[in-house]
Design a binder for this molecule. Structure first.
Ligand code: 5GP
Length: 191
């Protein structure tokens, strides 16, 4: 998605530890019109898939997942990272190692919100080492739902998880794939 690549070049900054900061439009401050463009692009890619759930993990995946859910006319479900009093009792869980926080946490989803009849599209803002996506895939499997694919805004291709998942036959669509990045430049994979 050309517009996303241009936005990354204009507003993204590279932080130590291979972190791309896009807080000005995707994470902390969300460009509402642009997030809807991303949602429509994801919906275009999965138009024929009869998606019944767009699935993400809190918090940075939610905006994109809701935008895609609006465009696909499908509910968005997000996995929680923190236990809370209003969490349903019966939950699917999966352990995930956080790339940005460098620690293990558990994601969970109420069993009422995802089930065997669902056709699921996993959505996230970034694909780095693939731990978040793999945790979500585990929950989709546990629910007995079918996975249509994974739609990612920004894949860091140099971290390898996207290609690893594709090699396993899993559909992964990334709107921008960063092949390399330094303080001075961000290079995208031609797609
Ligand atoms: P993974 O589990 O694939 O290693 O990392 C994906 C998760 O970590 C995403 O949900 C995202 O929130 C976060 N993440 C990974 N890399 C980056 C990055 O370069 N920038 C930002 N802002 N978040 C990232």
């Amino acid at each position: 998605m050309k517009a996303l690549e241009e936005k990354i070049l204009a507003e993204g900054t590279v932080l130590p530890g291979n972190v791309l900061k896009v807080g000005s439009f995707l994470n902390q401050k969300i460009d509402s019109d642009f997030i809807m463009e991303i949602g429509r692009e994801i919906a275009r890619l999965y138009a024929g898939e009869k998606i019944t759930r767009v699935f993400t993990v809190e918090s940075s995946g939610i905006a994109i997942a809701v935008a895609a859910g609006i465009a696909l006319h499908a509910p968005c479900v997000f996995a929680k990272k923190h236990k809370s009093a209003n969490m349903p009792k019966d939950v699917y869980t999966a352990p995930v190692y956080s790339f940005t926080h460098r620690e293990m946490y558990e994601i969970s989803v109420g069993k009422d919100y995802l089930g065997a009849d669902d056709r699921v599209l996993i959505v996230d803002d970034f694909l780095a080492n693939g731990n978040a996506v793999k945790g979500m895939m585990r929950i989709v499997e546990e629910a007995g739902a079918s996975l249509a694919g994974c739609a990612i805004a920004i894949e860091k291709g140099f971290q390898g998880a996207g290609d690893e998942l594709r090699a396993q036959g899993i559909r992964v669509d990334s709107l921008a794939i960063v092949d390399s990045m330094t303080d001075e430049s961000v290079v995208f994979r031609a797609q």
